[in-house]
Design a protein around this ligand. Structure first.
Ligand code: GLP
Length: 263
């Protein structure tokens, strides 16, 4: 697992957007590029930069097919906190050539949520799998809505949210954790690690404990993102603030590697 340390959130976002645009452009003429996407504040800078590049003609989304990581169970698309709405307001609606039929987001109102999740996996498989999965993590290291102690081989399914996550996400629900849906539909850790490439964004002091656990700790269900240690092509892009709990040795080691990459 590579760890790319950038000075701040904007530089981290710029770096990640450059990687994503390069992968999409490098795939031109080879069929659809399948891109996994997260919600949250972590990817907003990447989305802004990809929108800019798209409008400037530097990257086209005409052949990009997207699959979002997760959605709250029981929230309709129109709800102001649905991830469907988040993705359209912050990303898809601003792209010049994204085809609506290429956007996949789990339906929080599906009459049979388990069947919805199975179909999601089938749709991903029918396209040959995900080329690049972009993600963020929760303060407890959760990836998508795979809370601590979710199996590291889990597939898309219904997840129960922890009290901690409902408290953290209550900032979007009038600061009342009870108003945060108790469950969500989420891709599994296995769904993410099946992707050919995984790029995780980790920024800010509040993620420092999680970054240290995911990078320096062992592979553990407790920090589900740590499963990426076993992935052959996974990168964490982070900012300086998120590095606060890394040992000095680890920090210097990753800077050395990236310096070497540029030689
Ligand atoms: C939610 C989402 C995760 C996301 C996390 C962190 O719990 N289900 O996919 O990574 O929030 O969000 P943020 O980037 O706002 O810190």
């Amino acid at each position: 697992m590579r760890v790319v340390i950038q000075e701040n959130y904007d530089k981290m976002s710029q770096w990640a957007a450059n990687v994503i645009a390069a992968r999409i452009n490098g795939h031109r003429g080879k069929g659809p590029f399948v891109l996994g996407l997260p919600t949250g504040s972590s990817p907003l800078g990447v989305y802004r930069e990809l929108i800019r590049k798209n409008k400037a003609g530097e990257v086209s989304f005409a052949d990009v097919v997207t699959f979002n990581m997760d959605e709250y169970l029981g929230l309709p698309r129109e709800h102001d906190q649905s991830y469907w709405r988040f993705m359209h307001e912050n990303f898809f609606d601003h792209l010049t050539d994204m085809r609506p039929e290429n956007v996949h987001i789990l339906n929080g109102m599906a009459p049979d949520p388990e069947a919805e999740c199975r179909q999601y996996e089938e749709q991903i498989a029918a396209l040959g799998g995900i080329d690049l999965f972009l993600g963020g993590i929760g303060v407890d290291g959760h990836l998508a809505f795979n809370e601590p102690y979710t199996s590291l081989t889990s597939r898309t399914g219904v997840r129960v949210l922890t009290t901690d996550t409902r408290i953290v996400n209550s900032r979007f629900f009038g600061n009342d954790p009870e108003k945060v849906p108790a469950k969500a539909l989420s891709v599994g850790i296995g769904t993410v690690t099946d992707a050919k490439e995984v790029l995780i964004l980790i920024s800010g002091h509040n993620k420092a404990r999680a970054l240290a656990a995911v990078v320096e700790g062992g592979v553990s269900q407790k920090w589900t993102c740590s499963a990426l240690q076993m992935h052959n092509n996974a990168v964490i892009a982070c900012d300086e603030d998120a590095c606060g709990e890394l040992t000095v040795d680890t920090y210097k080691y990753f800077l050395d590697i990236e310096r070497g990459e540029r030689l």
